[in-house]
Design a protein around this ligand. Sequence first.
Ligand SMILES: O=P(O)(O)OC[C@H]1O[C@@H](O)[C@H](O)[C@@H](O)[C@@H]1O
Length: 221
Amino acid sequence: MGRSAFAVIFDMDGTLLDNNPYHYKAWVEFYKKRGYNLTEQDYLQNISGVPIRSHLNRFLGKLVEEEQIAQLSEEKESLYRKLYEPYIKPIDGLISFLKQLKETSTKTAIATSATAENMKFAMDHLNLWPWFDEIVDTTQVENGKPAPDIFLKAAEKLETAPEKCVVIEDSFAGINGANAADMKVIAITTSNTAETLVPHSLAVSNYNNLTVEKLAGLFSD
Ligand SMILES: O=P(O)(O)OC[C@H]1O[C@@H](O)[C@H](O)[C@@H](O)[C@@H]1O
């Protein structure tokens, strides 16, 4: 079989791992310490998939100095890693789906808003490094999700036109960014319903029924 004519760009948190409940718990604790009671709606709408600097100022109600951001981010992310480590596992069917992509020489990338430490934590625990051709994080782009930049950078690194890329995403910020990049979008319903993750070409709850043929079908219209 020849190389697939399209490339697949995966988000990480909530897409490769079902870890959003642990991010949410860690954020609630982080903001509570600072006098803000975070709701699940706040988390899903304004935090999930979004780089930390975009919401700190908003929820803390004051401008946070640039030098403080890394320290605050590490405080929250180390709490998340501690909470999630005993439960870490890939989303159902992920590894066999990645195997299919490898067997069909389909190009793959990760485009994540996560910190380098969180990414290493997930990739090491789940042995994910061999499956991806490229990894793009927010340090490599000017604007984080919901801007399209991170997906466009991934397409550029994969040497594939945006209209030949499909993004798999679980967050509102990610779905909006992928649509703004003019890519095909698959919504994964780990944290939000298919009806709210719009527009998308396909919605799945895990990888058990996702095949390379189904992805190819998205490009046949
Ligand atoms: O969904 P992505 O792009 O992998 O982003 C994950 C990041 O999304 C943000 O919601 C969280 O605040 C971060 O802690 C998390 O790492």
